[in-house]
Design a protein around this ligand. Structure first.
Ligand SMILES: [Zn+2]
Ligand SMILES: [Zn+2]
Length: 328
């Protein structure tokens, strides 16, 4: 499924099978998660995609071939390919263990062709071994919703009372980790989104309700998955002194101005950008211990456009995943 230009639907196309170059692996894609970031790419809110582009950055598949110099991945290995697809290894961020901020980073399904296809090529260093016990369909959403959610949770700090704004793919994973860690979780959604509120309660939220209405009590941190700028002052108004508001998405509508009093008291607003390989290793080891169970809606690859529309309308329960071929 190919994006030719921002704002256009994806086009089903026959393209040549890519080849694994030096340091790369050729992955036979089994399943690929659909993320809100894919929507931002297709809509042109992320403005520098390669074109034409195969989107998709939550790839679960099997290695079919390896390029020169690849030693620790072999054909037949099951791997997952995430959003972070390549880093330079030599800029000040890479050298400081902050490769998520690499000046020259390249991203899967954005600057590199991704997983809305039967095959994908990936840098072997960024192809994670996948935990056993997870079918392809269930493991795919761990690769972005899970990873970015996990990094967001880490950056939320030592919060006992955690608010999750927007209850989609990432939140439904983060809540399971947060509950397992013994935190109390509160879910903030659109006022009338009773399906999402019910889903959040089923997964252990002790309260779920309107993101712009009154909260039941103070929070120690909030993670914003919904890309809506007005939620920043709303969340700041709910977190206690010293609390953090983490903006987890790659794109967000403009933040409205707000009184300094909302930030006063050492409250903090921060974004989360991308992931590091260390996040991937940590989270993919943690997920089976919780154990995180992903709830997925599966669709054939050819329905990518319909799935993006479902996501846009907020109608996906849990995570949406495209299945390639006969599927897992
Ligand atoms: Zn994503
Ligand atoms: Zn770098």
């Amino acid at each position: 499924m190919v994006l030719d230009a921002a704002g256009e639907p994806l086009r089903a196309a026959k393209i040549g099978r890519p080849r694994a170059g030096p340091g790369q692996v050729l992955v036979g894609v089994r399943a690929c998660g659909v993320c809100r970031t894919d929507l931002h790419v297709v809509d042109g809110e992320l403005s520098e995609p390669k074109l034409p582009l195969v989107p998709g950055h939550q790839i679960a598949g099997v290695v079919e071939a390896v390029g020169d110099g690849v030693l620790d991945v072999a054909p037949g290995d099951r791997v997952g390919v995430p959003w972070l697809g390549w880093t330079c290894g030599e800029c000040r961020y890479c050298l400081a263990g902050r490769e998520n901020l690499c000046d020259r980073a390249r991203f899967t399904g954005y600057q590199l062709d991704g997983g809305f296809a039967e095959h994908a090529v990936a840098d072997a260093r960024f192809a994670f071994p996948l935990p056993a016990g997870y079918p392809d369909l269930q493991v795919a959403p761990l690769l972005c919703a899970g990873l970015i959610g996990y990094r967001s949770l880490r950056l939320a700090g030592d919060a006992e009372r955690l608010g999750l704004y927007g209850f989609g793919a990432a939140a439904h994973i983060v809540i399971q980790v947060a509950r397992w860690q013994g935190r109390r979780v509160f879910a903030f959604t659109k006022a009338d989104d009773e399906a999402a509120q019910r889903f959040a309660r089923e997964l252990g939220a002790e309260w779920a309700g309107d993101a712009l209405g009154p909260a039941p009590e103070e929070l120690d941190a909030a993670i914003l998955f919904a890309p809506v700028g007005e939620l920043v002052p709303a969340a700041l108004g709910v977190v206690a002194k010293g609390g953090t508001v983490v903006c987890a998405g790659i794109h967000m509508s403009d933040l409205p101005s707000f009184p300094y009093a909302l930030l006063w008291g050492e409250r903090c607003v921060r974004s989360v950008a991308n992931l590091t390989r260390r996040d991937g290793e940590e989270f993919l080891a943690l997920a089976p211990r919780v154990p995180v169970r992903t709830e997925v809606e599966a669709y054939p690859l050819e329905q990518a456009n319909e799935v993006l529309e479902r996501l846009r309308a907020g109608r996906v329960r849990g995570a949406a995943v495209l299945v390639v071929g006969d599927g897992p």
